[in-house]
Ligand binder design. Structure first.
Ligand code: GLN
Length: 471
């Protein structure tokens, strides 16, 4: 664009064509704003004509998960509770993207209030995996992963409370990154569980994720947990790839893993050994990630959801009796999984039961953090599969919620500990992509990105050829 070889408007039109072709089948979006996007593209082209300075994201088409506020666009969190809500302000991350000349194309589908692992729990539509449309995209940020994987957007934002960026990135074969807790402002994100939530990027390659990280991270007075965060040049720091890193693997990561996933992830880790040092580390407490994560999340989520009371926030009910109004509006507008979490979260934080459940799970969270801290005294990074299984068929895990929760066993640890974690395509099983996950020390996000780049360099080219031959 800077050289005048293509224009922002021209690039945007290419993307809108892809959307027109593919969206009907894939269901990535809940809202599209071609008009607003064209206006922004026109402004960027004008800047180019006038030789004005361009932002870092100039002309890139970006999709935003529908639980992050974009001024003037609906923000539904894929829930009937917020069906008619239009965001009156921009999330900090959105403000930063616009300042750097990114073009926002629309809002993407998710599991209702980000509660889920396969993007089939949206109140409005089921997103489909572009690699095999009978299969799930992974969740909850499934729509964002699909938008990038299918070429409808260059980049996308998701939120990750227990794996919602990394799981769909792995299932759809793209890059997904969950930053260190507090590195990216959550102002304007509809929270699921405040002490776990992070916003992060989706992209085709690690460079794209690093670029978006450079733009969205940093201190924000409107989100106090970002305090003290330093701005960093993540794209430049990718060159750390050349440095030898100590990468740990734990046998616990492979327990309960499908054999085919285990095989391809171990193969890629072995290949990494050509450049980095691979060490075994024991992480026995990581086995308990699912109960620790879900009990904490239920408690925080039930508290976060109190504001949707049918009176001040969320859908409104014409009912005089207060108690009936609150229960009616929740009964009619919230889905089963959301209700389950509100009830369980309320139960485990009740005075009578708190010590047996909530207090205990807080202690367990602490133990897990200590275990990971100790591991990071020996290694720079940990490597694991992202998901224990391949993307399942749509509807396959609808009956038993625990089966769905177990899919998060390898991703929730990073949110429990607040550490950065990223996923990059490692290989294919048949035609289905498999992502390898790296976790790093708090604040060492660039090392995680560097390891992801190593995978692209070591395995990337063979894989693309293989994929092209298959399709
Ligand atoms: N699948 C996890 C859950 O259902 C994580 C969701 C998320 O990261 N938003 O809670």
């Amino acid at each position: 664009m800077r050289k005048g070889e293509c224009s922002a408007s021209g690039h945007l039109e290419e993307k809108t064509k892809v959307i027109e072709q593919k969206e009907g089948q894939l269901n990535a979006f809940l809202h599209l704003d071609f008009e607003g996007a064209r206006k922004k593209a026109g402004e960027i082209d004008e800047k180019i004509r006038k030789k004005k300075k361009l932002g870092k994201l100039a002309g890139l088409v970006i999709a935003i998960k529908d639980n992050i506020c974009v001024e003037g666009m609906p923000c539904t969190a894929a829930s009937k509770m917020l069906e008619n809500y239009v965001a009156p302000y921009n999330a900090t991350v959105v403000e930063k993207i616009l300042q750097e000349d990114g073009i926002i194309i629309g809002k993407t589908n998710l599991d209702e209030f980000a509660c889920g692992s396969d993007c089939t729990k949206s109140a409005f539509k089921i997103s489909r995996n572009p690699v095999d449309t009978e299969r799930v995209t992974g969740g909850s940020s499934g729509g964002s992963a699909v938008a990038v994987a299918s070429g409808m957007a260059d980049l996308a934002l998701g939120s990750d409370t227990g794996g919602s960026i990394r799981c769909p990135a792995s299932f759809c074969g793209v890059v997904g990154f969950k930053p260190t807790y507090g590195l990216v402002s959550r102002y304007g994100l509809l929270d699921l569980a405040m002490s776990f939530d992070q916003i992060g990027p989706f992209s085709k390659d690690t460079y794209g994720a690093a670029l978006l990280m450079e733009v969205i991270s940093g201190e924000d007075p409107r989100d106090s947990v970002t305090k003290g965060t330093k701005d960093r040049d993540y794209t430049r720091l990718l060159d750390k790839t050349k440095k030898k890193l100590k990468i740990g693997i734990a046998k616990e990561f492979f327990e309960g893993c499908d054999k085919e996933v285990e095989k391809v992830v171990k193969e890629i880790i072995e290949k990494l050994g050509e450049r980095h040092e691979i060490l075994e580390v024991p992480l026995p407490i990581s086995r308990y990630s699912v109960p620790i994560y879900f009990l904490n999340v239920f408690a925080e989520f039930s508290s976060a959801m109190q504001k949707y009371d049918g009176l001040k926030y969320g859908a409104f009910w014409e009912e005089l009796n207060l108690v009936d109004a609150v229960s009616e509006v929740r009964d009619r507008t919230l889905g089963k999984e959301v209700k389950r979490r509100i009830l369980l979260g309320t139960y485990i934080t009740m005075k009578e039961f708190k010590d047996a459940w909530y207090t205990k799970t807080l202690k367990a969270r602490d133990l897990m953090r200590k275990e990971f801290d100790n591991a990071f005294k020996k290694v720079d990074l940990l490597a694991s599969p992202t998901n224990p299984s391949l993307p399942w068929k749509i509807g396959e895990k609808n009956e038993d919620p625990v089966q769905m929760y177990l899919a998060d066993t390898l991703t929730t640890t990073a949110n429990i500990c607040g550490i950065p974690a990223g996923v990059v395509k490692a290989a294919f099983c048949g035609k289905l992509p498999v992502g390898v996950q790296f976790m790093g020390r708090i604040g060492e996000d660039e090392k995680v990105l560097a390891a992801m780049k190593s995978v692209e360099e070591l395995a990337g080219r063979d894989m693309d050829d293989e994929h092209n031959n298959r399709s």
